[in-house]
Write a protein that binds this ligand. Structure first.
Ligand SMILES: [Ca+2]
Length: 198
């Protein structure tokens, strides 16, 4: 019993808050140092980290004559209407229903053009694929002339999921891209997030 009492006494001592003599407490001054950070308006990358966009197919930095212009095509799949193809956003796209798939852009004026670009969503969830494309032009929207015969172009997120077709400068009021094939597994038609004309 005596042993039990001493054990309880020891336990009570251990659990009791330590008494701090009043004269030992002293206010500790809080020191705050404010360090101003340099202004940063965009993400910065250390030079030793490669920028994935360094591998992207470069597009002309001149005006894209196709942007927001009237565009027509045949049947489309689901909600993927042709108007998505020149709204300036790579997260909206056109998907044709079947082949061949023609997208005709009315440039609303005659322009000297020398390149077109076809872009998909740059995200790597878009599987690499090959699409076969020809380029036609017209002065009046009725008579079209083929200026670049059908050829196969590889789309890959590694290179920006876009392709560029350059050709001899020519005056055009309408530009038509004719898609005749795609190797993408989950589509029965052409796909393009943006068609650009330079
Ligand atoms: Ca788009």
């Amino acid at each position: 019993m005596k042993r039990m009492l001493s054990f309880l006494a020891a336990a009570a001592l251990l659990c009791a808050p330590a008494a701090v003599p009043a004269e030992d407490t002293e206010e500790i001054e809080t020191v705050v140092t404010v360090v101003s950070a340099p202004d940063q308006t965009q993400a910065e990358r250390p030079p030793c980290f490669p920028d994935p966009s360094d591998n992207f197919i470069q597009l002309p930095d001149t005006e894209n004559y196709a942007l927001h212009k009237p565009v027509t095509a045949g049947a489309h799949t689901d909600v993927y209407v042709i108007g998505n193809v020149n709204d300036g956003k790579t997260d909206t796209y056109w998907e044709s229903k079947g082949w061949p798939a023609e997208a005709t852009i009315d440039l609303q004026g005659t322009f000297t053009v020398s390149a077109v670009a076809v872009c998909l969503n740059p995200s790597s969830i878009w599987e690499p694929r090959t699409q076969e494309i020809a380029v036609w032009i017209s002065a009046d929207g009725e008579t079209f002339t083929e200026i670049v015969p059908a050829a196969k172009y590889g789309f890959d997120a590694e290179t920006g999921n876009r392709i560029r077709i350059d050709f001899e400068s020519v005056d055009a009021a309408f530009v038509r891209l004719v898609f005749t094939m795609s190797t993408a597994s989950r589509t029965g038609g052409a796909q393009a997030a943006e068609i650009c004309v330079y």
